[in-house]
Ligand binder design. Structure first.
Ligand code: SF4
Length: 146
């Protein structure tokens, strides 16, 4: 087995961890994980949220604003889940640090993993998710995967 070179959104690796219980398996990423080159993790599950779970969006900004407590994460049952998102981001980032990983491949459009786009009122807008914001803050190279 190779040493892991990157950390990836678990849903891209074929895990059924999305809010709706689905996966977003990407064949190249599934292969990287099989070869031991990538570690799959889901920040929302790491943060204590279940599968399935109510969908969530960032309100008042993007992931960077959540980190600086200027924005919140609210689910579609109108509950605030900011703390779970922040905890998941911390745990995801800690794993990367522990393994000496400096690159992440993240699922675009997610309120945790989005890199260039996230949803706002069910429309895609520019911005990153909470975990991506923390990875970027910590100096990782983050690439978006659709
Ligand atoms: S996009 Fe990120 S938070 Fe959402 S299911 Fe995939 S790994 Fe989990």
């Amino acid at each position: 087995m190779s040493k892991p070179e990157c950390i990836v959104s678990a849903c891209l690796a074929g895990e059924f961890c999305r809010w709706d219980g689905a996966t977003k398996a990407n064949p190249e990423i599934v292969q990287l994980v099989k070869q031991g080159k990538a570690i799959p993790l889901c920040p929302e599950v790491l943060g204590g949220l279940g599968v399935p779970r109510p969908g969530a969006e960032i309100r008042g900004g993007d992931g960077k604003d959540v980190l600086s407590r200027k924005a919140k994460v609210i689910n579609n049952e109108n509950e605030e889940v900011t703390e779970a998102f922040l905890l998941g981001a911390e745990k995801f980032s800690e794993q990367a640090k522990k393994l000496g990983i400096t690159e992440a491949l993240m699922k675009e459009n997610s309120p945790s993993c989005g890199v260039k786009r996230i949803y706002d009122n069910e429309k895609l807008v520019d911005g990153c998710g909470v975990t991506t914001a923390l990875l970027l803050k910590n100096g990782l190279e983050v690439k978006a995967v659709e």
